[in-house]
Design a protein around this ligand. Structure first.
Ligand SMILES: Nc1ncnc2c1ncn2[C@@H]1O[C@H](COP(=O)(O)OP(=O)(O)O)[C@@H](O)[C@H]1O
Ligand code: SF4
Ligand SMILES: [Mg+2]
Length: 325
């Protein structure tokens, strides 16, 4: 069953204006952070969202949990339009869809002990009766493999990996059905990353949570995600089963991303068919297929027509005129 679905989500930000822009009366430019994104997340599934820095992953995540209001598009939670939710239904959405951030320190109150922070989350949504809170805090610490005496300590007393465990425990406190984790291991040492990824895998298996795992590191989603969505300049260019996409990427951008990661494609050289040039500015995305200036197989049509995300000759959806043809 689908928990959360998004249709045609777009989010643009006003670009910062320079003095020269004002003097020359240039029209206000807009950053096209997310454009026309549609996706659905099923109960118990892990969806990986990957793409280079700046491609709109965090903006999309914030739109999905409604920390940001999308400019266009709709969001449905268990089939109901999220914007129309009121009262208890709105609170249920806020409870069941939780976010885990890249920097858990920034999202934890430094003046609150870990126990108080978890108790607060439990209290807001009245998850358990007051007298049951201490036992529930212990259970949450067990779940994320932190010692129970962590409850009496403050966030600064923990390492980055442990702080991320606290952030995860706080998200779990309200018994969510979906967790959206935005680069949850990107700020951590490589040696700690695997442990946190394994924790997500374990929690996902144990609790049947749905998980959206956002990262710029393709290697992280390989064993974690059932499906992967690849973003480029605000749009999803390919979405499908992880094993299939890793074995047979269909979009030239996905192909280049995978080739750029050593050890993923056996025998591939790191620089082979590398993406040409720099990521264009989201202030002025190229017309047609936004990837065309960097695509080594681009044809004239690509600079003109936007390729829609469609199965194109069978298989999973891909946004490329030449896929499946
Ligand atoms: N609050 C904001 N105001 C203006 N521009 C923003 C804001 N948030 C993000 N952006 C811009 O939107 C684009 C996408 O950013 P973001 O969603 O953070 O990408 P990612 O998470 O993939 O790195 C970037 O060009 C970024 O500079
Ligand atoms: S639509 Fe054209 S430019 Fe875009 S990825 Fe496909 S071939 Fe390349
Ligand atoms: Mg981000």
């Amino acid at each position: 069953m689908t928990i959360l679905s998004a249709h045609g989500i777009a989010k643009r930000f006003p670009a910062r204006r320079t003095l020269l822009d004002t003097l020359l009366r240039r029209p206000a430019a807009r950053v096209h952070a997310v454009e026309g994104v549609s996706l659905a997340i099923a109960e118990g599934e892990t969806l990986g969202i990957v793409g280079e820095s700046g491609c709109g992953k965090s903006t999309l995540a914030r739109c999905l949990v409604r920390l940001l209001e999308a400019d266009e598009g709709t969001l449905s939670f268990e089939g109901a339009d999220v914007r129309a939710l009121q009262g208890a239904a709105r609170r249920a959405f806020n409870r069941h869809v939780q976010m885990v951030f890249q920097d858990p320190y920034g999202s934890l109150n430094p003046r609150m002990t870990v126990g108080a922070c978890l108790a607060e989350a439990l209290g807001v949504h009245a998850i358990v009766p007051r007298e049951a809170i201490p036992a529930r805090v212990d259970a949450l610490l067990d779940m994320v493999h932190l010692p129970r005496d962590a409850a009496g300590r403050y966030p600064h007393e923990f390492s980055g990996g442990q702080r991320q465990r606290i952030g995860i425990a706080r998200a779990l406190a309200v018994e969510p059905r979906l967790i959206i984790a935005d680069e949850p291991v990107s700020a951590l040492d490589v040696s700690v990353q695997a442990a946190i990824v394994n924790l997500f895998l374990e929690l996902q298996n144990q609790l049947g949570l749905a998980l959206v795992f956002i990262t710029h590191d393709l290697r992280l989603v390989r064993h974690l995600a059932h499906r992967v969505a690849v973003m480029y300049l605000g749009r999803i260019v390919e979405i499908g089963p992880t094993a299939d996409i890793f074995a047979n990427p269909r979009h030239p951008y996905t192909q280049a991303l995978l080739r750029a990661v050593p050890h993923i494609v056996p025998g591939a050289r790191r620089d082979e068919a590398a993406v040409i040039g720099e990521l264009p500015s989201p202030l002025a995305p190229p017309p047609g297929c936004a990837f065309h200036p960097r695509c080594h197989i681009a044809m004239p049509q690509c600079a003109r027509d936007l390729p829609g995300l469609a199965p194109r000759g069978g298989g999973w959806p891909v946004a490329c005129h030449l896929a499946g043809g």
